[in-house]
Design a protein. Structure first.
Length: 281
């Protein structure tokens, strides 16, 4: 059965957040990169920005069934949108003030209205569970709108606030990374980095996202190279792998000759040229 194809635009609903896909409303509708458009999302009526041009994609590869873009923002819509952003910024300030008065251990990150101002979403970070029922009462009384307080994880918190990475550049999550990959300690081990979590962790306290970027290269370089502490057969003799240096591309082996341990350095190329290695547990 042939795969179902669909033409969609990539749309950003929050800065540097996940990209969502929407269909043009009709064959005559065309949008350019950075155009502001009105769409229906899970939150309601929202303003989004076109960040990927119209492209044919496999329907099964999309997370949700795309809905049509309602329209490109008119000049009047843009003025309304600017006023909504200002109002949302005031909500953020007010919410932070009231949370401090209530002694709530929370960090208010962002407030967002839907385009029709029928719903208000407030994003916050916290190190533990927060009882914000009293805060919601105060906000509902003041703004008279449906309110949702949404706690985000520490990685998303840094993404919203922005930060500098250990490299000195703006953190990837705040600059271009829209979705987070699973980063495991094995990536650092494969790349032979010093296993000091303070030096391989980002501002969020999680392992650096950039550990993922070069991992395929390291995996390819080490594809046929034996692991440290394994025992292999080298020159028809058992040899223990002492070290594997991915930067010098050489392996240090220990063999026994005349009851004396001898260290031998072998280039990676030796193992890549072998059709088969005998590895002993």
């Amino acid at each position: 059965m042939p795969e179902l194809k669909i033409n969609v635009y990539g749309v950003e609903l929050m800065k540097k957040d996940k990209m969502y896909f929407f269909q043009p409303n009709g064959p005559e509708d065309e949008y350019n990169i950075n155009d502001l458009v009105l769409v229906n999302s899970d939150l309601g009526l929202e303003v989004g920005k076109i960040i990927a041009p119209l492209k044919e994609r496999n329907f099964d590869d999309l997370d949700d069934e795309p809905t049509p873009i309602i329209r490109k923002l008119t000049e009047e819509d843009k003025e309304i949108h600017e006023n909504i952003l200002k109002d949302a910024n005031e909500v953020k300030k007010f919410t932070q003030e009231k949370s401090e008065e209530l002694n709530l251990q929370m960090r208010v990150l962002k407030a967002k209205y839907t385009f029709d101002k029928s719903k208000l979403i407030i994003f916050f970070g916290a190190d533990s569970r927060v009882d914000f029922r009293e805060l919601v009462k105060i906000l509902a009384k003041k703004y008279k709108v449906r309110i949702e307080l949404r706690q985000v994880g520490i990685r998303d918190e840094v993404k919203m606030k922005g930060s500098l990475g250990l490299c000195g550049q703006v953190a990837c999550c705040a600059r271009f990374l829209r979705e987070f990959s699973s980063i495991k300690m094995e990536l650092a081990k494969t790349q032979q980095m010093m296993i000091n979590t303070a030096k391989i962790s980002g501002r969020c306290g999680k392992l650096l996202c950039c550990l993922k970027y070069e991992n395929e290269f390291y995996e390819e370089v080490l594809r046929n190279v034996p692991n440290e502490n394994s025992t292999i057969e080298y020159d028809n003799k058992p040899a223990k792998v002492i070290t594997v240096n991915v930067f010098l591309k050489e392996v240090t082996l220990q063999i026994i000759e005349e009851n004396q341990p001898i260290l031998i350095k072998v280039p990676f190329q030796y193992f890549n040229n072998l059709d088969e290695k005998i590895v002993k547990e």
